[in-house]
Design a protein. Structure first.
Length: 253
């Protein structure tokens, strides 16, 4: 076998060898993704999404393990490899697929030419919410092609759930096409005092939307506005008038 492709001559697996500014690879390229894997980071592609729009697929590198031996009853032994045979398990890349399982991976031509590679970041998991608000909402088109949502003025379209189910106070939530923002008016809900500087996560049908912190350009602390991709996703739900959703809102430090 040629020395060039002999797996015994694979590059040394030492992350510090890849922490060097002398390697130039455009961020998002396949070359960049390989360097991140060598740095023991997980990488993914933006097109690896499931039917819910979530990206649970990623690559991870599995380092070489030396001086192993085939054990009795192992898969290798069952396949006919002699028990006690010595071998090394060579470095390879694993793919975590959409079902949560790992399988050895090799790139396609499309993967190698793609420029949508990114890091798979471990999400922050807050310990517990400081404030919670749960309600059922059946959104309306409040202003033609401009605002979708509901206020407590529309009887039966917004129902509080849980500890504050009896709170008969003014509340509104809507998506504004004019400003591309999700807005909530909490002025009358005094039990939510202090949420203006906290991180908001809304769960709808089991999907978490991390809205982050409010957009500061608002007229008062009780008017909370959120912008970004996650806010737009909730806006798309509010545009589906007549459908009922349960919003589980949690504010974290």
């Amino acid at each position: 076998m040629s020395d060039v492709i002999n797996p015994e001559h694979e590059c040394p697996f030492d992350p510090k060898h890849y922490q060097c500014d002398c390697f130039i690879a455009p961020v998002g390229s396949f070359s960049w993704a390989l360097i991140q894997l060598k740095l023991r980071k997980r990488v993914t592609r933006s097109v690896w999404v499931n039917c819910q729009g979530n990206n649970e697929m990623y690559l991870a590198i599995t380092p070489r393990v030396n001086n192993l031996a085939v054990e009795e009853g192992s898969a290798y032994a069952v396949d006919g490899v002699a028990v006690g045979t010595q071998y090394d398990y060579l470095t390879h890349i694993d793919l975590r697929n959409e079902h949560g399982n790992f399988v050895p991976w090799q790139p396609t031509q499309e993967d190698m030419m793609a420029c949508d590679w990114g890091l798979k970041v471990r999400p922050d998991v807050p310990a517990s919410p400081k404030h919670t608000l749960i309600f059922d909402i059946t959104p309306l088109e409040m202003v033609s092609e401009r605002y979708w949502g509901v206020t407590t003025n529309y009887e039966g379209k917004l129902v509080m759930v849980g500890d504050h189910a009896e709170a008969n106070k003014y509340f509104e939530i809507f998506w504004s096409a004019n400003h591309n923002e999700l807005s909530m008016d909490l002025e009358a809900l005094t039990f939510l005092d202090g949420v203006e500087d906290k991180k908001l996560i809304i769960t709808i049908d089991g999907i978490k939307y991390d809205l982050g912190y409010r957009f500061k350009d608002t007229t008062s602390d009780s008017d909370l506005s959120y912008i970004g991709i996650e806010a737009e996703k909730i806006g798309d739900l509010l545009k589906q008038t007549g459908k009922t959703y349960r919003f589980h809102c949690e504010w974290y430090d």
